[in-house]
Design a binder for this molecule. Sequence first.
Ligand code: SAH
Length: 200
Amino acid sequence: MVKLLIDKGIRDRLVLKAIGNVPRHLFIDSSFEDFAYQDKAFPIAAGQTISQPFTVAFQSEKLALSPGQKVLEVGTGSGYQSAVLCEMGMKVYSIERQKELFDNTRPLLQKLDYKLFMKFGDGYAGLPNHAPFDGIVVTAGAPEIPKALLSQLKVGGRLVIPVGAPVQRMKVLHRKSESDFEIQDFGDFRFVPMLHNKNV
Ligand code: SAH
């Protein structure tokens, strides 16, 4: 799969190494296990999906982080993207709003010895108590860019977020100063929607 990702244009060695190290078959339903190392998204619990490896690699690369930096993920889901960020040596914080997924994924990541901070809550609010972050990655399709996430980004940091509906454009907002963000657009991607608070 790493070779496939290189063929699709992923260059960051840290990302490729991390993807090579994470046992993706443990993050998906056993009925899809035989396909775990194909570049496909699959259904997980609560009507959600585990992102396609290319998408995980692409978003991780666009964060442009170095080991030891702090990253916030919105949409823990299966925990696969969190595991990749942990393998990259990041200090990982992750938020999930579906209780069922949160309750399944937390013990799985613990069992695999990935150490990260996980919160059951609404990603629109970010994690003000742990901010600022060197990078923020949103793994659900956002109708608009949440202001709280922008304010929790360090100067020099990047927010990687798919924006729009029903198809999203992958946007990277690079914080140049307190008030300036440089925005880049990396084309169409498809995600499950980022939804507001359910029952938190
Ligand atoms: N990173 C995940 C992708 C899961 S799909 C993985 O690697 O498997 C996106 C996830 O975002 C879903 O689990 C969904 O429940 C979650 N989500 C949607 N809206 C959210 C919100 N407002 N706050 C936190 N998580 C949210």
